[in-house]
Design a protein around this ligand. Structure first.
Ligand SMILES: NC(=O)c1ccc[n+]([C@@H]2O[C@H](COP(=O)([O-])OP(=O)(O)OC[C@H]3O[C@@H](n4cnc5c(N)ncnc54)[C@H](O)[C@@H]3O)[C@@H](O)[C@H]2O)c1
Length: 247
């Protein structure tokens, strides 16, 4: 990734932070995007990258808004000269059975996860078309490939992300823009509920009986964003310890 520049959303924490750090470790300049309320975490990610000799800037951004997505792309290009990769990773979840899910919670999950990915890709692709190419990776989930008990709004949003990924991939394949998704299994981040029984339930479908680390997802995201994956587009890659393979 040497000499490349890009952005990671939701990079103040968890998987996004690990991806930003890995992109930078591979030589890229990275814009660490997250909510203004997560600025402290965003700055910690930036500091970790700079301490290791890399280049990074924090940018406050709510991915559910069009203007913020446009501004994020503009900031990346102004600051680092290009948008070679984008990782749409910001996401939230609500745990409830479908009939117990509040309408506002459903709307909020769709707004951040699905609309956020749509708006992000829209502005990233416009820039990549102007520049002659790029690579996008969206963070979907196992819940983008199968149902997950008590996560209907989240599952709907993540299936939607897989669909958007496939469509963008085929529409821009001949514009030198590749678009892929990763579908993580149970990864130990602040998104994971505190309740141990619920954690065990989420991990249960996995063949490997352990939680994944954010760095294990980052390895796949950075590979998909790199020239190493030059013939890979439109895929929804499980990074899930065998969860969808045997469920
Ligand atoms: N942890 C898991 O087991 C797991 C599994 C599959 C998929 N995922 C997905 O991975 C992604 C990252 O999750 P994580 O586990 O690292 O969680 P996390 O809570 O540690 O990180 C999510 C980040 O997204 C940010 N964010 C939330 N709403 C935002 C918005 N509107 N605009 C910008 N940023 C926003 C948060 O501030 C936070 O920093 C999410 O899309 C999540 O759905 C996680």
């Amino acid at each position: 990734m040497k000499g490349k520049a890009g952005l990671v959303t939701g990079a103040a924490s968890g998987i996004g932070r690990a991806c930003a750090i890995r992109f930078a470790a591979e030589g890229a300049a990275v814009v660490v995007a997250d909510l203004a309320t997560a600025q402290a975490g965003g700055q910690q990610t930036v500091q970790a990258i700079r301490d290791a000799g890399g280049q990074a800037e924090y940018f406050a951004c709510d991915v559910s808004g069009a203007q913020d997505n446009r501004a994020l792309v503009e900031f990346t290009v102004q600051r680092y000269g290009s948008l070679d990769f984008a990782h749409n990773n910001a996401g939230i979840g609500v745990h409830a059975r479908l009939a117990d899910t509040a309408d506002e919670d459903f709307d909020r999950v769709i707004a951040v996860n699905l609309r956020g990915t749509f708006l992000g890709m829209k502005h990233q692709i416009r820039q990549m078309l102007r520049a002659g190419g790029g690579a996008i990776v969206n963070t979907a989930s196992n819940a983008g490939l199968r149902g997950v008990h008590l996560l209907s709004a989240y599952t709907a949003s993540k299936h939607g992300i897989v669909g958007l990924t496939k469509n963008a991939a085929i529409e821009y394949a001949n514009d030198n823009i590749r678009v892929n998704a990763v579908c993580p299994g149970a990864i130990m981040t602040p998104l994971m509920p505190d309740d141990q029984a619920r954690r065990d339930e989420i991990m249960a479908p996995q063949a490997m009986k352990r939680f994944g680390q954010p760095e294990e997802v980052a390895a796949a995201v950075v590979w998909l964003s790199s020239e190493q994956a030059s013939f890979v587009t439109g895929t929804a890659m499980p990074v899930d310890a065998g969860s969808v393979a045997g469920w």
